[in-house]
Design a protein. Structure first.
Ligand code: FAD
Ligand code: UDP
Length: 392
């Protein structure tokens, strides 16, 4: 039977946004969901798989670290997975030295070559950041206001140039505001109350969320091959790129993509940490991931390991769009798409690609839970009322 015929809603994209809505609409509202993804797997960019050679869980689309301050999101996801007590720590290699990230008191002491107390470090950085006087409104100004120019030039400028290939004065300040700066020796990458990696891997979360007879998942299906066959008034959730939905009619939004160079290495431990960043311009990759370290609780083989070097570049039309660049030109284009999206009947745009927002996983889940309550509960209540009235 044509799966569209019995669907109460079509959801495009089986990432965190689409899967959360599918799960809620099926479980709470008892509605039939048709969930499609053009990829051959569920999970969106959070998809992971066991590497065939080493058995190590590989994050296919780059390092995914779960963290959230949002207890509702945490409790929701814990229905589908347990979390390990993994706390991420980052490192950065600058001129042959390894420094802890995010920038903390240890980074400051090591970089400036002497011991600082927290108060001394604050005074030092305040002196270095005093060149920014107004409200910083781009990445460069924001970074200098947070850490001062010497640390900016060592750890941020080169990394950001490789990651975005866009003038840091054109990039939004929020991109760098993601990283904490600490005047203590606390060296965890995130401040969030809830953190950990899913005990059975990321993909298992999606398998459990979608394990419901009311959800039909079809993989390898592109929305644009179905679009003209959709029944009238079928609600659609679209989590693909918003500019692609409107056939780029308002212009192409800027996206970054990432190439991963995987390598199985004959050692039990290649770098001693999950992620090491390389901000210097003479190294072409931005970071090296070593997947085994995301799950220290597992007993992986000890004679081999798998790593990935990450290279960022502009996304062309056939590339996976990963990061919204959101430069000023993009903001103007996006405003036009937002207007078009608001006027598009029966279509709800969501997720990182559908809203052109640099969302973390917990924010995608949180936004989907909110949309469920504010958009889909009322929508299906209204359609139920209309069909009850029709039967009377
Ligand atoms: P996605 O996961 O991108 O899912 C969208 C899905 O829609 C995709 O599977 C796509 O194939 C499908 N789709 C698109 N167009 C179509 C179409 N036309 N037809 C059918 N299907 C379509 N977040 C964190 O919290 N922590 C991290 O450490 C972290 N690291 C990241 C590292 C990288 C390199 C990247 C790129 C992202 C990272 N994220 C991280 C962000 C995380 O990936 C997103 O928050 C999350 O994937 C958003 O879920 P989503 O459902 O909005 O989008
Ligand atoms: N960043 C940097 N140096 C680093 C790490 C991050 O300059 O060593 C900047 C860079 O601009 C990056 C942003 O901070 O895009 C956000 O970093 P994060 O690690 O959160 O990026 P993601 O994991 O999403 O790629």
């Amino acid at each position: 039977m044509d799966p569209l015929a019995k669907a109460d809603i079509l959801i495009v994209g089986a990432g965190f946004y689409g899967s959360t809505l599918a799960e809620r609409i099926a479980t709470r509202l008892g509605r039939h969901v048709l969930l499609i993804d053009r990829r051959e797997h569920i999970g969106g960019n959070a998809y992971t798989y066991a590497d065939a050679t080493t058995g190590i869980e590989v994050h296919k689309y780059g390092a995914h670290l779960f963290h959230t301050p949002n207890e509702t999101v945490w409790n929701y996801l814990r229905r589908f997975t347990g979390f390990s007590d993994y706390r991420h720590r980052g490192f950065s290699v600058h001129r042959g030295q390894v420094y802890p990230l995010p920038i903390n008191l240890a980074t400051i002491c090591q970089f400036f070559g002497r011991r600082f107390t927290p108060d001394e470090a604050r005074v030092l950085i305040a002196g270095h950041s005093s060149e920014i006087t107004g409200t910083p409104d781009n990445l460069e100004e924001k970074a200098i206001s947070m850490i001062g120019r010497p640390l900016y030039e060592a750890f941020v400028r080169g990394y950001t140039a490789k990651q975005w290939q866009t003038d840091p004065r054109e990039l939004p300040a929020e991109v760098i505001a993601r990283l904490p700066v600490r005047f203590t020796f606390a060296d965890g990458y995130f401040n969030d109350r809830f953190q950990g990696q899913p005990l059975d891997g990321f993909t298992a979360i999606f398998e459990r969320m979608l394990d419901n007879p009311l959800i039909e998942t079809r993989l390898g299906v592109d929305f644009f091959s179905l679009k003209q066959h959709l029944p009238d008034r079928l609600p659609v959730v679209f989590t693909g790129p918003i500019d692609r939905y409107f056939d780029y009619s308002e212009g192409e939004l800027g996206w970054r993509t990432v190439d991963f160079e995987h390598e199985v290495v004959d050692t039990g431990d290649f770098q001693g940490a999950a992620v090491i960043n390389y901000p210097d311009p003479d190294t072409h990759f931005t970071r090296i991931l070593e997947f085994r370290h995301f799950n220290p609780e597992r007993s992986y083989q000890t004679d081999r390991t798998i790593i990935a070097r990450e290279y960022a570049r502009f996304a062309g039309p056939t590339d996976e769009p990963y990061y919204p660049i959101d430069a000023s030109r993009d903001r103007a284009i996006h405003a036009r798409y937002r207007k078009r999206a608001a006027a598009e009947p029966n279509v709800h745009f969501g997720g990182r690609l559908g809203t052109y927002k640099y969302l973390d996983m917990h924010q995608a889940v949180g936004a989907a839970l909110k949309a469920f309550e504010t958009v889909f509960v009322p929508l299906f209540a209204a359609s139920q009322a209309a069909s009850d009235a029709g039967q009377r």
